[in-house]
Design a protein around this ligand. Structure first.
Ligand code: RB5
Length: 152
């Protein structure tokens, strides 16, 4: 399972997604491609929700999502329980997202960074572990506790 990497994008991240799929395969990973499958304009939640749902239900430990800015993809994924999607722009941020936030999805801005940098970030994200310790308490506090109602 660790070696199957799910990936999803809209049209804004399509070309970078195809580049990353080739790189991942060359590096020995299996890839589960949630689309999109062309440059045709689509709505990013249609591809991102299925991937985030699979992460939510434990089908994969880590995933990669892209759109033009990375924002729409990240916002969509973070609506799922147990999903911590991190929008990153450089290798250090991709590492920190794993080390400090136990991020399980890397969100990339397909229209704003070079493909080679994206691949370096993906490798850093996949090969960096969570540091635990004080960060565990913080990560556990991310998901809001159910609201307490006075009359319940
Ligand atoms: C699509 O044009 C673009 O809005 C989308 O890829 C993304 O940047 C949204 O957040």
């Amino acid at each position: 399972m660790e070696h199957i990497i799910p990936i999803a994008s809209d049209h804004g991240g399509f070309e970078m997604k195809q580049f990353l799929i080739e790189k991942l395969k060359e590096a020995g990973y299996e890839v589960k491609d949630y689309g999109t499958h062309s440059n045709e304009s689509v709505d990013y939640p249609d591809m991102i929700h299925p991937l985030a749902s699979a992460i939510e239900h434990g089908e994969y430990p880590l995933g990669i999502i892209l759109c033009g800015s990375g924002n729409g993809a990240q916002m969509t994924a973070n609506h799922h329980h147990h999903v911590r999607a991190a929008l990153c722009w450089n290798v250090e941020l991709a590492k920190l997202a794993r080390q400090h936030n136990d991020a399980n999805i890397l969100a990339l801005p397909g229209r704003f960074i070079p493909n080679e940098l994206a691949w370096e970030m993906v490798q850093a994200f996949l090969n960096t572990g969570f540091e635990g310790g004080r960060h565990t308490r913080r990560v556990e506090k991310i998901e809001p506790v159910e609201e307490q109602h006075e009359n319940e």
